[in-house]
Write a protein of this length. Structure first.
Lengths: 454, 343
């Protein structure tokens, strides 16, 4: 299994053992994160900034009974580790008791996840500049202005504790997103790609071509009234909204009556139908398009979990304390998910052909919760909304504000396409989760006002 | 948090700064299990400040908790708002966020010129030559100040991350846009329009691992000449909604179309508060909204609140910034009902 050159498995183990050996606490946990972070920004077809940062941190958590405290440091010589261990012990003794603190986990068995790709690790400043040049060339050729980022992180995380647990996971992630605008500000298009492996990400020129076409297409946008529309959500737009549901699937707030997943009268909604029966949402660190960490921060193994299966809520995430209290098995949520539909996985173009009248949405932005009880969110479309008439894109239209729930969306499903890994975080950099979603066709999607922003 | 920052440059600048910031917070949830309802109330009136532990003590979260809990329970049975146009009375702990999103962000010069188009977005205040000294943002009594010096404000510092001592200046004067936020790298772009050659001192980097770039200073709505208070605004309102505290917030990438919620909403009829409302959010368009402002509080009603983690840049960087404002009233703003059947 590939390892991060900046922190191999053996080096991580040795570093953890050095910290643990300094501990005088009743129990001690060590978390290590090491990364090589490289990014190149560009604006108006030119590189603006580029930077590389190498860093490694050790976080020591010391425990005395139900008291615990953590201290992090990136000074990793013996004196630096000793200061962190001593400070965490001093603070732990001062901390109030935490009745929910669970005993440290004993040694666990983890699956190896091949998440480290050499093509990503090797995406240095020169290669990133090449990627920008290839993207900007497409924009320049079209007389447009490209602004974006090529970002990659390679690194390793490790967890160890005084009960003998040790886990190591090396990974890489890369994202390239760009927004292409017309100099007169009347057109805007977007393209984005994300993967562990740069070799599996969409090539820069291809990505830029997609954004250029959208920018050209939106220059002559026409007005359309807000209202309820059938929408064809491109995979990124689908991922923007499905993530709001997927990352709210926690058992405790549901059991405590403060979540969409709370059952009226008490308890949660596991076993109830919450989405169209064609919908399945699952997470699996071994999924070749997800490749997330096989353990949590405290070393709990992460396996495959079906959250929604054929529209039925199958699982909610239980941390160790809440699982113990409720007599359930701890169920961690992995750092990503896959949504798939049953039946034929159609392409985006095939989905568009099946729509009599609707709107094609590139992506959503500035999405914020309005009502957690109904999972109602508001946000904005950007970088391309197009009217579909009789199975064809007929013209670009203005942007909209939506007030909609991803639950309602997954119950108003018309058709599901072929899933792909997307860059679905608002920030457009490496920070987001791994998300694999298909394009979706959804009826009665609520746009509540027009945005004249381009 | 404690932020120790050292800056040195070959332009003969060497600065060392030590800043404390503090954000005491509480969130209360009231649950009606039988009806499947829940409502929350957070400590919205406790601002994040560039202060230390003394601010935690002064915030008195335990002392305020019973009142906030009572309001969370009240929200469970509050009247759901009738959608329509209302006069909105917005107090400072709510209005600061509307200022942040609809004034502070669009007056960032890098946005206006397209440099942040891929994430934070651009700005409707572009190009500068068509905006400066021409664009009417709001009424004549509207003055917006940029500064990094108000006592306890989150953006306060001695020098920015270009080594420039920040200055206090007007971004909007008598309702007209007169300036943008600038750094050393940017100011020359505006010199032909403003005659200015000195940066306003708004450069910031989150940490040693980040590149500094233009981030907003404290951007504040200055109080009116008459010393009106929130009660005066309520007493003068026939059919309105009084909104307390920040809630849900969203705005488009050019800062035109926005939607804001709040913590607690009160119906105002005939100059009096007549009861609590729920499911309230208002939608508007930035220039329409600010030009609808017709009353503003005075100096004694001016308060600061702020955001502890404002995001911008790629890779994303977070900064902290305050916004001072008196309460203000906005005529005929579109209010929607956000209540839905859970199914």
């Amino acid at each position: 299994m590939a390892e991060f050159s900046g922190l191999s498995r053996a080096a991580a183990r040795q570093l953890a053992e050095r910290a643990l050996a300094l501990s005088k606490a009743e129990a001690c946990q060590v978390n290590i994160n090491a990364s090589a972070n490289g990014n190149t920004r560009y604006a108006r077809n030119e590189v603006t900034t580029a930077g590389d940062t190498d860093n490694a941190t050790v976080t020591v958590t010391s425990r005395f009974g139900k008291r615990a405290a953590s201290v992090g440091t990136n000074v990793l010589d013996q004196a630096g580790l000793a200061r962190a261990v001593e400070a965490s012990e001093r603070l732990a003794k001062l901390a109030p008791e935490n009745p929910e603190l669970m005993a440290p986990l004993a040694a666990q068995v983890y699956t190896d996840v091949p998440a480290y790709a050499e093509a990503t690790a090797g995406l240095d400043a020169v290669r990133r500049a090449d990627a920008v040049r290839n993207a900007a060339a497409e924009s320049n050729r079209a007389g447009l202005l490209a602004t974006g980022i090529v970002h990659r992180v390679g690194g390793a995380s490790a967890v160890a504790n005084s009960a003998g647990l040790f886990g190591y996971h090396a990974s890489t992630t890369t994202v390239h997103t760009l927004t292409v605008r017309s100099p007169d500000g009347k057109g805007s298009g977007w393209g984005g790609t994300a993967h562990n492996d740069w070799a599996r990400a969409t090539p820069p020129a291809q990505l830029a071509t997609r954004a250029v076409r959208k920018a050209q297409g939106t220059r002559a946008s026409t007005a359309l009234e807000p209202g309820k529309y059938t929408v064809v959500l491109e995979p990124t737009a689908a991922g923007n909204l499905v993530s709001l549901l997927a990352f709210s699937m926690n058992a405790r707030p549901a059991d405590e009556g403060r979540s969409f997943f709370s059952r009226r009268g008490g308890g949660n909604r596991i076993g109830e139908k919450v989405a169209d029966e064609r919908i399945t949402i699952s997470s699996d660190p071994q999924d070749p398009d997800l490749l997330t960490s096989p353990f949590t921060g405290e070393g709990l193994p992460v396996g495959r979990t079906a959250w929604i299966e054929n529209g039925v809520l199958k699982n909610l995430a239980y941390d160790r304390f809440w699982a113990d209290k409720q007599g359930m098995k701890p169920t961690p949520f992995a750092g990503g998910y896959r949504l798939k539909g049953t039946g034929t996985a159609q392409s985006l173009e095939e989905l568009i052909k099946g729509v009599e009248r609707g709107l094609l949405v590139t992506r959503f932005w500035y999405i914020r919760a309005v009502d957690q009880r109904t999972l109602l969110y508001t946000g904005i479309t950007r970088d391309g909304v197009f009217l579909i008439e009789r199975g064809e894109v007929s013209r670009a239209v203005n942007n909209f504000r939506f007030n909609e729930s991803p639950v309602a969306m997954l119950n108003n499903l018309v058709a599901v396409g072929k899933p792909e890994r997307v860059s679905s975080s608002e920030s457009g950099d490496v920070g987001g989760p791994a998300v694999v979603v298909p394009p979706l066709v959804v009826k009665d999607f609520a746009f509540t006002s027009v945005s004249e922003a381009v | 948090m404690r932020d120790q920052k050292t800056y040195a440059s070959t332009d003969d600048v060497f600065t060392v700064q030590d800043v404390y910031r503090c954000f005491p917070q509480m969130n209360i949830t009231a649950v009606d299990t039988a009806r499947g309802l829940f409502e929350t109330r957070n400590s919205a009136e406790v601002a994040p400040m560039a202060l230390g532990w003394e601010w935690v003590l002064k915030s008195d979260l335990p002392g305020n908790a019973p009142r906030w809990a009572e309001q969370a329970v009240q929200k469970l049975t509050a009247k759901s708002v009738e959608p329509g146009r209302y006069d909105l009375i917005l107090e400072p702990h709510h209005l600061f966020l509307t200022i942040h999103e609809s004034i502070a962000h669009p007056t960032e010069l890098d946005r206006a010129l397209g440099f942040e188009a891929n994430y934070a977005g651009t700005s409707f205040l572009a190009p500068p030559e068509q905006i400066l000294k021409k664009f009417k943002y709001g009424p004549e009594f509207m003055n917006i100040q940029g500064d990094r010096s108000q006592a306890g404000s989150l953006s306060a510092c001695g020098w920015d991350d270009d080594g420039v001592a920040p200055e206090t200046y007007l971004i909007i004067k008598n309702g007209i846009v007169v300036d943008y936020q600038t750094t050393r790298d940017q100011v020359a772009w505006l010199t032909p329009l403003t005659g200015r050659t000195r940066s306003h001192g708004t450069s910031y980097a989150e940490s040693w691992a980040d590149v500094q770039f233009q981030r907003m200073p404290n951007v504040s709505l200055l109080p009116g000449e008459r010393d009106l208070k929130i009660d005066d605004l309520i007493a003068a309102t026939e059919n309105g909604i009084y909104i307390v505290g920040r809630g849900s917030y969203s705005i488009d990438q050019q800062r035109y179309n926005f939607q804001f919620g709040g913590q607690v909403f009160y119906e105002v009829k005939g100059g009096k508060i007549t009861g609590m409302l729920k499911d309230v959010a208002y939608q508007s368009r930035t220039p329409d909204f600010w030009n609808a402002m017709d009353m503003i509080g005075g100096q004694s009603s001016y308060l600061m609140n702020g955001t502890f983690t404002d995001g911008k840049g790629q890779p994303g960087q977070s900064n902290a910034v305050s916004h001072g404002t008196p309460p203000a009233r906005f005529k005929g703003i579109n209010v929607i009902n956000t209540g839905r059947d859970r199914g």
